[in-house]
Structures are given as structure tokens and as C-alpha cells.
Design a protein. Structure first.
Length: 126
């Protein structure tokens, strides 16, 4: 997700990560750490955290991977309606969570995320 702020946007973009079913403090799966290292990002110190009102309340835009996550967040925090979008909205698709799957599933998921981030990058205001 680091690519969102790279180059195209004139104002700084802050990116945070949280999950609707995340167990606080859990390390990233080794497949994810490895894939991100190949892209120059060190996730060795990254820890999972659950989504909170404080976190999403600060956001201009909340990107989720699946429609079910969008519904969950909007039901829990109705004031966020209109600010919660799917990462794959521009492609009309969900990105299934690869958690617990093989390394190949993580790689496929990352490629889809990167493509969808490029779609968003083109549409973010500069």
C-alpha cells in the first residue's frame, strides 16, 4: 500500500492497516514478509491490530478488500458511509483474504492489490 502516495499526489498520504478480524499483535505470515521484502518493504516488525473507531474516524477514505468488510464497518460506524470503499471498486471485484492459504495465494492477492492501488492512484486528488 505504500505506492498510493508515491509521486502522483501532492499532499502527503498516511496509510494505516487494521483488520475486522485481526488478532492484536500477531505477526505477518512469512509469505507476506517475504513478498514485501522483494519489493523493498520490511514487515518484520509489523503487528496486526483490529480496526477501531479512532483509526477509521481519522480517515478520509477507508479501503477494504471485500463487500462484507464494507458492510461491517458501515454498520458499526454509520458516520463513515460514503468514505468506505472496496480496493477493487474500479474493477468491480472483491479481493479474497488469503490468510492461511499457500504462498501462491498470497502472491496472487498481492498482485491484485497492486493493480487496484494503481487504479486508486489515478483517481486520488492531487
Amino acid at each position: 500500500m505504500f505506492a498510493v502516495g508515491a509521486g502522483r499526489c501532492k499532499r502527503p498520504i498516511s496509510v494505516a492497516s487494521a483488520g475486522v478480524a485481526a488478532r492484536s499483535g500477531q505477526r505477518s505470515p512469512e509469505a507476506v514478509v517475504s513478498l514485501m521484502a522483494e519489493r523493498g518493504h520490511d514487515l518484520a516488525g509489523h503487528r496486526a491490530r483490529p480496526v477501531t473507531r479512532e483509526l477509521v474516524g481519522q480517515a478520509d477514505l477507508v479501503l477494504v478488500m471485500e463487500v462484507a468488510q464494507k458492510r461491517f464497518i458501515e454498520a458499526r460506524w454509520p458516520a463513515l458511509k460514503g468514505r468506505v470503499r472496496r480496493l477493487g471498486d474500479w474493477r468491480g471485484e472483491d479481493i479474497p483474504d488469503p490468510y492461511g492459504e499457500s504462498g501462491r495465494h498470497y502472491e496472487d492477492c498481492l498482485l491484485r492489490i497492486e493493480a487496484c492501488l494503481a487504479d486508486w492512484q489515478e483517481r486520488l486528488p492531487s
